[in-house]
Ligand binder design. Structure first.
Ligand code: NDP
Ligand code: PYC
Length: 340
């Protein structure tokens, strides 16, 4: 086989390459397309922890019978402000794409709407979802549990997930204000990337299996990660277990791990997504709200601070003008059989 070389892709070409890999593994077009779009978007935006390195995990999860690559998500209820979607054990990304038009329509009608996705396999970043909501002029929030890899503050054993939380605010003449973070000090994907590079993790990220602080990525992955901001992150992570697991009748991170039995596959659980129509919450117009929001963002930037997602939007701009550069190793992660 010829040596694989580094290569540069357009977003569309990378999406279609990744989609083909999943199609060849018998994923249907809903699953393959939605997964390819978020993985290519992660590479385009410089979010390596949820880029091409996740492909193998998705394929492994389906091959192990823990995700249904042929699932067609079903919108089971959408008559009021709460939309219920059964992902049918497919990936969350396709379920979100099915839910979005209903969420937008319901949020406009009621001022506020929520999507509860049940029975979805989850591996992805949440910013593509809140960003998609802001494209409709709505404010978005998304959260989900994961599998138990994080100790609550004061404890030493995994109980919570890395439970991501994302928020998006639409801006009339600029990219939206978006943040999206794990409620652990770092996403598990960051530890995995450092492990593969043979590098230590920073102090304060994790405990080993005996509950002692560690900078060894292997010890961290088999021990417990720590919540961000000590008791504050621990409580926010617990809130996500309550809202996006217990409340919507789906698995908590601990239950998801029990069911999966391993952290080497993607977990199945639920996700909660909210949309707010900024026109409906006050006597002032949404234009006035937008002006005040811009004043706040200006105040942040004028202090020399940066807005969340600024790095990501700059990476996107570079990728859209000069292409998405992938190393030979990253190309092999798309499909180890590629010999271009
Ligand atoms: P980061 O800590 O890298 O970034 C979190 C957010 O903070 C981003 O919006 C980032 O913007 C912003 N940010 C970073 N530095 C600054 C700064 N100096 N000033 C202002 N804003 C800043 O994210 P995590 O490692 O915690 O999470 C990475 C991804 O992992 C997320 O997309 C999350 O959804 C995903 N994840 C998914 C899980 C799942 O179960 N599906 C579980 C856990 C995480 P920017 O990107 O521009 O740097
Ligand atoms: O990076 O922590 C993580 C993660 C867990 C599941 C998907 N991403």
């Amino acid at each position: 086989m010829e040596k694989v070389l580094a290569q540069t892709f357009t977003y569309e070409a990378l999406t279609s390459l990744i989609e083909n890999v999943f199609r060849e593994a018998n994923f249907n077009s809903y699953q393959a397309g939605a997964i390819a779009r978020v993985i290519a978007a992660a590479e385009r935006d410089g979010c390596k922890s949820h880029g091409v390195y996740r492909i193998a995990g998705c394929l492994r999860t389906a091959a192990a019978g823990k995700a249904d690559p042929t699932a067609v998500p079903q919108v089971v209820e959408c008559s009021g402000p709460i939309i219920k979607v059964d992902a049918k054990c497919g990936f969350a990304n396709a379920a979100f794409e099915f839910a979005l038009p209903h969420l937008v329509e319901r949020a406009r009608k009621h001022g506020l709407a929520a999507v509860a996705i049940n029975n979805c396999v989850h591996f992805a970043a949440l910013w593509p979802e809140v960003e998609a909501i802001t494209e409709h002029g709505l404010v978005g929030m998304a959260m989900c549990p994961s599998y138990a890899t994080v100790a609550p503050t004061g404890g030493t054993k995994p109980l919570l997930g890395t439970n991501p939380f994302a928020f998006g605010w639409p801006r009339p003449d600029a990219a939206p204000y978006v943040f999206d973070f794990a409620t652990s000090v770092a996403a598990r994907g960051e530890i995995e990337i450092l492990r593969r590079a043979g590098k230590p993790i920073p102090e304060g990220w994790a405990l080993d299996a005996e509950g002692a602080p560690t900078t060894d990525p292997d010890a961290a992955l088999s021990g417990a990660m720590l919540p961000f901001g000590n008791h504050k992150g621990s409580a926010i992570s617990t809130m996500i277990e309550l809202l996006a697991a217990a409340m919507i009748g789906d698995l908590t991170s601990s239950e998801a791990l029990d069911e999966l039995g391993t952290t080497t596959l993607a977990p199945r659980h639920g996700e909660l997504i909210l949309a707010f129509d900024p026109d409906r919450f006050s006597a002032q117009s949404s234009v006035a709200a937008a002006v005040r929001a811009e004043g706040l963002f200006d105040g942040i930037v004028r202090q020399g601070a940066r807005l969340p997602s600024q790095r990501r939007f700059e990476a996107r701009k570079r990728s859209l003008s000069s292409g998405i550069h992938l190393t030979a190793d990253e190309i092999e992660m798309i499909d180890p059989n590629l010999d271009q």
